[in-house]
Each structure stands twice: as structure tokens, then as C-alpha cells.
Ligand binder design. Structure first.
Ligand code: FDA
Length: 319
């Protein structure tokens, strides 16, 4: 059943996610200085140098990190190859600076929509470079149309770098079956709720259903999974995990929590203080538009905050 009050919120979320797929709006947004301060909350900078500084700060605060070079749905072979090159540069910099060797990438950024072979070759280059420096590579999960190919490409390339893993979205109806298969394969899984607009045929349409699915999958991963990562800022999910771990004496080093850069820093700190492993997903780069829009969609209050700062800036402008 749909809760009253959930409908306008779902409509707003759906509208924002639809805008996130409009490259023309994206080009306009990236030119506007108005959105910059809000973007800075979620993105560690536009350059590698800025990202490295953010990583130093997070390390000093006891956080682990995984770095994402922003970019997705590339339109040309050259852009896909350049994206893989940027990951090689990043891995080199992480190793050179003695930082956490852990990166996250998207297959549509590596050319999946142009050609699976091109994508495979690009990801293989990143996996090889990561293996050479002992780094871990997580393949992010995009919308449901890419789930099968994402899992297939990871399964194929896992031999190149066993220190690699995938992401499962609790929102998808298929995820319980995927988790069963991945647990049997001893696959490192990151569990998230799912950030994409999906049809009800493949995904649970309401938040209570997604949360229920997350709780079920979380329990299975904690008990049977290989180094699971629980990616959520939801205190209810986090409490369920810590309660289970304490109740069943599972060991805090068997899993980690993961959160996004700039979100619920209080909770990050609390968990680190309580002795849990916490890894922060740190995105950087110029192509922040779709990532930023997904963060807005997750919390309508972010849109109000953005609108207020736009009005504020407009008022301060000399007329
Ligand atoms: P929920 O949306 O219920 O939010 C719980 C609380 O968290 C909110 O009440 C608020 O306090 C805070 N919060 C959440 N989002 C916020 C925001 N944007 N701004 C401010 N506060 C916010 N998705 C995907 O489809 N594929 C992927 O590969 C990944 N990868 C990934 C990695 C990591 C490390 C994280 C943390 C998340 C992802 N996601 C993802 C995104 C994920 O699917 C989901 O959209 C967000 O994490 C929001 O869901 P929560 O679990 O936080 O719960």
C-alpha cells in the first residue's frame, strides 16, 4: 500500500531522475555557478588533486575510501578509453601517495552502451592496473537494463583481479536470487537500496517494500556473505545490522558500512567511534550532473535547500 504523502515525494523524485538523463539540462546546470556550492557538498572536487586532498582528510578522520571518477553513459569510444585512462592515473596516484587502493566505476562509463567488447577491454585494463598495486575495484550497479551485463562482465574479469566486487540493489525484485548466486560464488557484494527510476515490473515501487527487501538481504549477507559492504545512511538499516552483529557475535571486521561523501557525516563519525569499519564513496570530476541529480532525488529536502540558495544568490546579485 502507498503511504499518503509518499505520492508527491515519488512524483518529485521521478521528475528529478528524469532530468538526470537529459544531457542538455546537464550542460546548462554545469555552466551555472548557482549550483556549485550545493555540488561541492556531494563531490570532492573537479580534479584529481582536489580529490586527493579530500582523501587525506578522510583518512585522518579514520574513514576508508573508494574513489569514483565521475562519468557515465559515454557516447564515443574515445570517451570510454579516456575514462579508463583516468582510472589508471587515479590508481597510480593512490599508490604513490599511500592512500586506500579502492576505486568504484560504472560500465556505461567504460563504453557498455557502445560495445560490450570495448567495455570489457577498458575494464580489463583497470583491473590489471589495480591488481598490480593491490587495489580493489567495485563495479557500481546502474539501471536494471544493465544488471545482467554488469554481473556477466564482472564474472568474466574477476580472474584478472579477484579483489573486485559488484553491487546489488534491494529495490530490484530479482536481487534475492542474485544474492543467492553471489553468496555461493563468495563474491564481495555492496548492498544499496538503488538510485534509479525503475518500472514496477522489475522493482518494488514503495519505500517500505525496498526497506523490507534491504533488511532481508542485509541479514543474509552478514551471515553468509564474503566481506559484504552495507551502503546506506538509513539509521534503521544500520541499527538492524549492528543489532544482528552483536546478537550473533559476528565480528565487526567481517563487513563494512559505506556512505556517500558529504552525507550523514555525524553517523559516519559515530560508527567509526563505535569501532565499525566505514568506507566513504568519494566522487570527483567535471561530469557530476547525473550523480548530483540522483543525490537530489534521494532527498527532496535537498531540492528545497538548492532552491533557497538560488533565491538567496539572486537577491545578492547587483541589479
Ligand atoms: P534512504 O534513501 O532511506 O535515506 C536514509 C537517510 O539518509 C535519509 O533520511 C537522509 O537522512 C540520508 N540521506 C540519504 N540520501 C541522502 C542525500 N542524497 N542527501 C542527504 N541525505 C541523504 N545506488 C545504485 O543504484 N548503484 C550503486 O552502485 C550505488 N552505490 C552506492 C555506494 C554507496 C557507498 C552508497 C552509500 C550508496 C550507493 N548507491 C548506489 C545509492 C543508494 O542506492 C541510495 O540511493 C542512497 O544510498 C540512499 O539510500 P539510503 O540507503 O541512504 O536510504
Amino acid at each position: 500500500m502507498t503511504a499518503i504523502g509518499e505520492l508527491p515525494e515519488r512524483a518529485m523524485r521521478s521528475a528529478i531522475l528524469s532530468l538526470s538523463r537529459q544531457p542538455r539540462v546537464g550542460r546548462l546546470a554545469t555552466r551555472l555557478s548557482l549550483t556549485r556550492s550545493m555540488v561541492q557538498r556531494f563531490v570532492a572536487g573537479e580534479t584529481l588533486v582536489e580529490a586527493l586532498d579530500a582523501l587525506d582528510r578522510l583518512r585522518a578522520a579514520g574513514r576508508r575510501t573508494t574513489v569514483d571518477v565521475l562519468g557515465e553513459s559515454v557516447q564515443s569510444e574515445a570517451a570510454a578509453t579516456a575514462a579508463a585512462d583516468r582510472y589508471l592515473e587515479l590508481l597510480d596516484a593512490l599508490a604513490g601517495r599511500g592512500l586506500d587502493g579502492n576505486v568504484s566505476l560504472k560500465l556505461s562509463q567504460m563504453g557498455l552502451d557502445l560495445s560490450p567488447e570495448l567495455c570489457r577491454a577498458n575494464v580489463a585494463r583497470v583491473f590489471e592496473a589495480a591488481a598490480a598495486t593491490g587495489a580493489f575495484v567495485r563495479i557500481d550497479m546502474e539501471d536494471h537494463a544493465r544488471t545482467d551485463s554488469t554481473l556477466a562482465i564482472w564474472r568474466e574479469l574477476r580472474a584478472i583481479n579477484p579483489a573486485s566486487g559488484v553491487v546489488i540493489q534491494a529495490a530490484l525484485r530479482r536481487s534475492a536470487d542474485d544474492i543467492t548466486a553471489l553468496i555461493a560464488e563468495r563474491a564481495p557484494v555492496r548492498l544499496c537500496k538503488g538510485a534509479y527510476r525503475e518500472p514496477a515490473a522489475v522493482a518494488f515501487p514503495t519505500k517500505p517494500e525496498v526497506d523490507e527487501s534491504y533488511l532481508t538481504l542485509l541479514g543474509r549477507l552478514l551471515r553468509e556473505g564474503a566481506s559484504p559492504a552495507l551502503a546506506t545512511h538509513d539509521p534503521r538499516m544500520i541499527r538492524a545490522a549492528t543489532d544482528l552483529v552483536e546478537r550473533e557475535g559476528l565480528g565487526r571486521d567481517r563487513f563494512e558500512f559505506q556512505m556517500l561523501y558529504g552525507i550523514r557525516r555525524d553517523l559516519q563519525q559515530q560508527l567509526v567511534g563505535a569501532g565499525y569499519r566505514v568506507r566513504i564513496y568519494v566522487p570527483y570530476g567535471r561530469e557530476w550532473y547525473p550523480y548530483f541529480m540522483r543525490r537530489l532525488a534521494e532527498r527532496p529536502a535537498n531540492v528545497m535547500f538548492l532552491l533557497r540558495s538560488v533565491v538567496h544568490e539572486e537577491r545578492r546579485r547587483p541589479s
